[in-house]
Each structure stands twice: as C-alpha cells, then as structure tokens.
Design a protein around this ligand. Structure first.
Ligand code: ACO
Length: 278
C-alpha cells in the first residue's frame, strides 16, 4: 500500500518491544538520533522470518521515536532474508518461536485479522514521516523480497538475488508486496516473476527498477550511509510533505495532484515565512 491516505497508528514509544521480544523475533533495533536501523538477525537461518518477526516489525513501527526520520533495514550474515521460516510448515526448527499457529481459514474474519496483523509489520514503512531504505545483499526471498519492496528506496549489493517464491509453495505473496511490485514492473512482468518464482539477479533488478542503486557488496553500508546523510540534510517538513505528495500522485488525477501540490506548498510557505506570506 503506497496510498498516503491509509492511516497508520501513531508511534508510541511506550509500546516498544523489549530486548527479549526483539531477540525472539530475530530482530535487532539500533536507534541513533534520527536514524533507526533494523537488522534481520538470524543469520544461522539466513534471517528466515516467523510470525514473531512480522509482529516485532509492527511493534517497532508502532513505537518508533518521533525524532526518527530514516529507517534502514538490513540483514545479518550472508543473506538479507530467506523468507518465511520453512520450519513453521513442518513443525520443525523455528516453529517453537514462530509466534502462533497458521489460521486454518475456517473463521474467515479471524484469519483476515491474523494476516492483517502480520502485514502491519510492513505497511508502516510507507509512513510519510520516515524514509525507509532496504539495504539488500544475498538472497531476498518471499517475505524478504516483500520487505525490500515495502521500503521507499532499495540499495542492493551486486550479489543480490530476489525471488518471489510464495506461489511455488502454494501461497500468494501477502506481505504487501504485490502492489509495489506491480507499480514498479507492471502486471505482466510481476506475473512472470511470481508464477515462475525465478531468481532476479542484481543487474536485472536494476533494469526492472527494483533497485535505486546497485553497488559492490563491500560498498553497501558506505553507500547507504551516504544516502542517509543526504536525506537528513533536507528540511524535515519539506521531506514529509514531499513524500506525502509523491505517494498521492499515482491515485490522483492531474487536477487533484495540482491541488495537492498547492495545498502542500501553502503549508511550506506558512512554515518558512509565516502565515502573512501564504
Ligand atoms: N526457513 C528455515 N530455515 C532456513 C531457511 C528458511 N526459509 N532458509 C535457510 N534456512 C536454514 C537452512 O535450513 C540451513 O540450516 P542448517 O544449517 O541447520 O542446515 C541454514 O539456514 C543455511 O541454509 P543453506 O541452504 O545452507 O544456505 P545457502 O546460503 O546455501 O542457501 C538459501 C540459502 C538459498 C536461502 C536456501 O537456504 C533456501 O533456498 N532457503 C529456502 C528459501 C524459501 O523457500 N523460503 C520461503 C519463501 S516463501 C515466503 O517467504 C512466504
């Protein structure tokens, strides 16, 4: 959902996950002033994700300190993320900390709520108050690929391998990834990528618009750091208003978008020069 009109819950630092919850979710959170870095942190399982991971991401979003302007998502170890923890299907490794059982679908309303709670781990990354950056290297499969798609900017290493694996496992991609994927590559290419579940390497990802930057693996952190510095150099109010405006653009007619530009600019002029000028 890149619809700016979708209302996210307001961040509440009091509800933030504690260290134990983050560890159980396979996540690490480092907040340094205006920058929050979320590390997918189960390298021994290639950062495979459980329900606990997605709920942990949602909690981070709900409790993000108001001063955070940039959120970076990265993976520890050799991969960004191998997607859903396959142990959850077999009841094997990973299932014990998965954070609940799969809904069986019989109670449609309960199943809908269950999946919506997981999607909340991804939707907040579109909030206008922040810019989210996926720093991707190695495999980004299924839920991992969708997490990268949920971010505003994807900076990928030259060893990145994207794959939308869900249909090959009998599932659909349901972690908010289908909308950005179609918006970026179009319906036909999205269909081809999802229904063949093929791997997209870094060069092709860049050609398709799935990455804003492709860099050598050892330059990933440095490049992300430079982008963060550039983002933070921009006036905070202008950054929020511009993201809001850009998120609205695909849904608006030209007239509606022109009106939105005027509205946002009047707000900027008021803030910059006082109410007499606007
Ligand atoms: N779930 C649980 N464990 C995993 C997962 C996963 N998705 N991916 C990797 N692991 C574990 C492996 O079982 C292995 O554990 P072990 O050391 O106990 O044997 C360890 O992580 C390392 O995995 P390797 O396969 O040895 O690592 P490699 O770098 O060679 O390959 C790769 C990585 C390509 C990611 C491979 O592990 C793989 O294909 N994983 C499954 C990917 C998948 O199908 N994900 C589901 C996507 S659909 C969705 O997300 C909804």
């Amino acid at each position: 959902m890149s619809d700016a009109r979708v209302k996210e819950p307001r961040p509440d630092p009091a509800t933030g996950p504690n260290e134990a919850e983050l560890a159980e979710a396979g996540l690490r959170l480092d907040v340094d002033g205006a920058i929050a870095t979320i590390t997918l942190n189960r390298p021994e399982r290639r950062n495979a994700m459980t329900f606990a991971t997605w709920r942990g991401l949602a909690k981070i979003g709900e409790s993000l300190p108001g001063g955070v302007r940039v959120v970076v998502l990265r993976g520890a170890g050799p991969a960004f993320s191998a997607g859903i923890d396959l142990g959850m299907f077999s009841g094997g490794a990973g299932a014990e900390d998965a954070g609940g059982a799969f809904p069986d679908g019989a109670d449609e309303a309960a199943s809908d709520r269950f999946i919506a709670d997981l999607q909340a781990g991804y939707t907040w990354l579109r909030r206008p108050e922040i810019v989210s950056i996926a720093a991707v290297h190695g495999h980004a499969i299924g839920g991992g690929f969708q997490l990268a798609l949920a971010c505003d900017i994807r900076v990928i290493a030259d060893d990145t391998k994207f794959c939308m694996k869900e249909p090959a496992l009998g599932l659909v991609p349901d972690l908010t990834g289908t909308k950005p994927l179609v918006e970026i590559v179009g319906v036909n290419r999205a269909l081809e990528l999802c229904l063949t579940a093929r791997t997209v390497l870094a060069d092709e990802a860049a050609r398709l618009g799935l990455a804003e930057h492709v860099v050598p693996r050892d330059a990933l952190d440095k490049t992300v750091g430079e982008i963060v510095t550039a983002l933070l150099a921009v006036n905070p109010g202008a950054a929020v208003a511009t993201k809001r405006l850009l998120l609205e653009a695909p849904h608006n007619t030209l007239d509606e978008q022109c009106a939105a530009e005027r509205r946002e600019q009047i707000g900027r002029l008021r803030e910059l020069f006082g109410s007499q000028s606007a």
